[in-house]
Each structure stands twice: as structure tokens, then as C-alpha cells.
Design a protein around this ligand. Sequence first.
Ligand code: PAF
Length: 283
Amino acid sequence: MNIYYNEKDLNSYLEHLKVNNKTIGFVPTMGALHLGHASLIEKGLQQNDIVVVSIFVNPTQFDNQEDLVKYPRTLEKDTKLLSRISKTKITVYAPTVEDIYGEHVQSTSFSYDGLEHEMEGRFRDGHFDGVGTIVKRLFEIVQPDKAYFGEKDFQQLMIVKKLVEKHHLPVQVVGCKIHREKDGLAMSSRNMRLKAEYRKAAPFIYKTLNAAKEKFGVSSANKVTKWVENQFANHELLELEYFIIANVDTLKTVKRKSNNNTYRAFIAVYADDIRLIDNIALN
Ligand code: PAF
């Protein structure tokens, strides 16, 4: 499997593909790959001649330095997983911070028409500026035909679509369903850091989302939100940061539901010092 550590080497390889009219799928990741990533890559392989997987823990999207330091870095294990998927059609791009940012490790400020002020944007200062900065930079380096993002980070997916629209970037953004463990926990690179008792407790998040979905059929958004908050107030290990029922187009918290709109519930929970997010379509 090809692995490139800098833009120049990756570019000479990609040039050769483009001259031969090969299509390029792109899966940006921060490594610590799991089956959720594998499903994005497999979709990419079905729709393109080759898939570039970037592995880069992007410093500018972390609002919490400890989270950045502790973020799992498992390049060797990651490349093993990738070579089990395909030895010939996957290319890894694992740049250094310097290759991406040069001397100034800082993000550009983006406006995503208000999407950035909701949920993750509200609780993680500067997060979506960091995401926009790295995704735009990676799109410019890789120049993919299609790029794949998981719905677990639903707000990120919408923000990337907005980034592409506003900056006229020539790439099609493809959203992919959330991949879950057998017990319902949404797959995430952070799951591997959960201590056993927290890992055991974590499926409560998806269980609660499912129950909220059922309640939303017959109750107001406000009542469902209060109910979820109570479930977590009584929980010994999991601490709720937010539960929000939002309109999928604006991501604004719903005040009164209407039959013409589509809603989704979003949740962020601390399991010890590990922050987990999830979401579910409600209608
Ligand atoms: O979803 C992620 O892993 C990251 O936010 C991304 C898209 C790779 C940008 O660093």
C-alpha cells in the first residue's frame, strides 16, 4: 500500500492518476481507524478508482489541549486495517503538522451561514474553524472527485457541504450512515479510550436516543428534551452535556414541531473525561 508523508510526494502520485483519468475518492480521518471508517472507505472504493485516506490529528480543531494530547495515534495498526481492505486501491496520506500548516499552526475563520453557532460550535470553541481549515486544505491537496463523511458528526457533514458550496470547491460530499457496535454505541476513535465500566455504560446513549425518538412521535420537543435530561441526571457514570432536537436544515433547536420539517436529535455526553456524540433521525 502506498503511504505518503508529504504533499509533494502525494502530488506526483496523484498527477499520474489524473493523467490517466482515474477517479479519486477521499476519506479524511484522524486515524485510530475502526469499522466506521472502513465502511466509508468501502463506499469510496465502490464509487472511485482509488481512495486516498488521510490520517492527521488536526491540532486546530481541538479546543481542549488534553484531548489533543491523548487522542489515539495508531498509524501502524491503521495501515494494517487498510491493507486488509485493499492493498492496491488505497493510498494513505499521513502528513506532518508542518506539511499542512507550515510555521503557523492556526485556523482561518469561516462562516457557514449560522450552522457553526449551534451544538458542537457552541460547546467547542473554534472547532469548526479548525475543521474548515483542514478540510479545505486537504481538498486542495488531494483534489478528490468525491469525499466521504460519517453522519455521526452530522453537523460537521453539513458544515463541510456548506464549505464546498460557499467556496465552489469541485468535490462531491457524500454522507454515510452511522456505524454502530453490536450494543448500539456509535463507533468512534475515542471509544478505545473508555475504561471498562464506562464502555459498558455507553450504549445507554443510543438506547436513550431511540426512546426519545419514540416519545417524539407523541410528545413535544420540549417534553422529550426534559425527559432525556432526567434520564442522565439519574445516571451514575454518564454526564449529559447537551441533548437537542433540531431542524435538520438549520440545526436550530426546535421550539414547536411542524409536519413539514425534518428533525434530528443530537447528544453529547461525557463518559469520565471522554466526550461522546451521537444523533438520530426523528421523522
Ligand atoms: O471527523 C474527523 O475525523 C475530522 O474532523 C476530520 C474530518 C478528519 C478533519 O480533521
